[in-house]
Design a protein. Structure first.
Length: 131
């Protein structure tokens, strides 16, 4: 588990708290989001996945904003995200859904990354189904 107090600068920790107030998630889901944020920030050093100006508001601007879709389409049975960016909103929805709700994806992550983000070594990425 990534310790949020050590993994993120104080300004990002405050934004994380604001995002969680807007879109509460379980402890297990929060751990997956923390892992995603750590990976995103690591990759952001070499690949421009999100605008640098949005990093201080990563949790509210990208994660909480993406999770709003779950409330807008509570009856959705299939989700598809065909983008090429940093994984918003599709990967955020995938992380928020229970791993058993996943179906075959059009893009597969490495087994280690899937395990770390979704707590399931066989979980796919982009095409998702509710249980």
């Amino acid at each position: 588990m990534i310790r949020p107090d050590l993994a993120f600068p104080p300004d990002l920790a405050a934004d994380r708290a604001r995002a969680l107030a807007l879109t509460p998630v379980s402890r297990e889901t929060l751990e997956r989001f923390d892992a995603f944020v750590a990976l995103l920030l690591n990759w952001q050093r070499t690949t421009n996945l999100i605008a640098a100006s949005t990093i201080p508001h990563l949790w509210t601007r990208h994660i909480a904003d993406s999770l709003q879709l779950l409330d807008l389409a509570p009856g959705a049975r299939v989700w598809a995200d065909l983008g090429t960016g940093g994984g918003f909103p599709g990967l955020m929805i995938a992380i928020a859904l229970p791993p058993q709700c996943m179906s075959r994806a059009s893009k597969i992550l490495s087994p280690a990354l899937r395990h770390r983000l979704m707590s399931s070594p066989r979980a796919p990425l982009l095409r998702l189904s509710y249980c």
